[in-house]
Design a protein around this ligand. Structure first.
Ligand code: PLP
Length: 357
């Protein structure tokens, strides 16, 4: 099976094989890795090992905390404004798709918000330009979504020299290409695309932001609770964090983020090449300047042909190619763990299918 699901998504095979072993007997403990106490020495090594490895891979300094939380990226849509917005400040949002809309909707329930820029009127085909001068003095933060999973667009550079904290939802492109973490005050990501399985959300947050969390917040929704307790205030999602650790080891073996970025470039180029050379048979949803290297979205000339394409693809073992209902057509999610050979097979299939018409 060639898995092109948008998330949960494909995991590296070596990771799964190792997990299979540890599922029965974790390193001679006679217990499954799922049965380890979260207060045990063995688990502590996994937990701290994952955080240390992420710091190393992303070059994260001591100015930041790394947290492992639950509730998905969606809970961050609420926790960000809950902890970081105050009565007299404003949370700024850039709307680039469904997920950034959802982040904004949650913030609206909790405080003052403003939309700095949006590409909604173009059905989110591109990352809109920003006028940073429009950000008021009392801005609490600027929130962006670095990769738009549904529309297949991605930022290829980030605002610099911002006077307000920059927060990015990187759920669908974290670790896909090098970034300068120092440009951000907070990054968060649900794990189920590039980091591992669902169940854990990684939050990377600059130390100064923790001061904003009020004691009156519900304990579990307060970032400070998790910082103080090394993400062990309550039982963490131990198995997801264990798999995250294995995925991070795998990332290192791939030549780190740079190594993966090179492969990701090749993978994306293969598919966009087929789209661009198809004389309009396949149409990319995203503008050329905003194309995502993680989610390739495209349409075919008619609904009928799209159905036919998806059916034939399924028969040939390609899974997860249906586009999201808000874009229609097809979407190939080619996250870090999707092998180049699988993408090459898909490119070949797309060419063959076109020839058949
Ligand atoms: N943000 C982005 C960019 C996503 O792609 C997704 C899920 O696909 C989410 C947020 C929501 O994540 P979760 O399901 O972990 O809440």
């Amino acid at each position: 099976t060639f898995n092109f699901n948008a998330g949960p998504a494909a995991l590296p095979e070596t990771v799964l094989l190792e997990a299979q072993k540890d599922l029965l007997n974790y390193q001679g403990t006679g217990m499954s890795v799922m049965e380890l106490s979260h207060r045990s020495k063995e688990y502590e090594e996994i937990h701290n090992g994952a955080s240390k490895k992420l710091r190393k891979l992303m070059n994260i300094s001591d100015d930041y905390e790394v947290l492992f939380l639950q509730g998905g990226a969606s809970l961050q849509f609420s926790m960000v404004p809950m902890n970081l917005l105050t009565e007299d400040t404003v949370g700024y949002y850039v709307l680039t798709g469904v997920w950034s809309e959802k982040a904004l909707e949650e913030a609206k329930k909790l405080g003052n918000t403003a939309v700095l820029s949006s590409s909604k009127d173009e059905n989110y085909r591109r990352i809109p330009s920003l006028d940073l001068n429009q950000i008021a003095e009392n801005a609490a933060y600027l929130h962006i979504t670095s990769n738009n999973t549904i529309f297949g667009t991605q930022w290829n550079s980030f605002p610099e020299q911002l006077k307000v904290p920059l927060i990015a939802d990187m759920s669908s492109d974290i670790l896909s290409a090098p970034i300068n973490i120092n440009q951000f005050d907070m990054v968060y990501a649900g794990a189920q695309k590039n980091l591992g399985p669902s169940g854990v959300t990684v939050v990377i947050m600059k130390n100064h932001l923790f001061e904003r969390s009020e004691n009156s917040l519900p304990t579990m929704l307060n970032y400070e609770t998790h910082r103080k307790n090394n993400s062990l205030f309550n039982t963490p999602p131990t198995f997801s964090i264990y798999l995250l650790k294995l995925v991070l080891d795998w990332v290192e073996d791939q030549g780190g983020i740079e190594g993966l970025a090179e492969k990701n470039d090749k993978k994306a180029r293969l598919l966009y090449h087929v789209i661009d050379e198809s004389s309009g048979f396949y149409k990319g949803h995203a503008h050329l300047d905003s194309r995502s290297k993680m989610n390739v979205t495209f349409t075919l000339p008619t609904e009928e042909m799209t159905k036919d394409f998806l059916n034939q693809a399924k028969e040939d073992g390609f899974v997860g190619l249906d586009g999201h209902r808000s874009v229609g057509g097809c979407r190939a999610s080619i996250y870090n763990a999707v092998p180049l050979e699988h993408v090459a097979k898909l490119a070949e299939f797309m060419e063959q299918f076109k020839r058949g018409y």
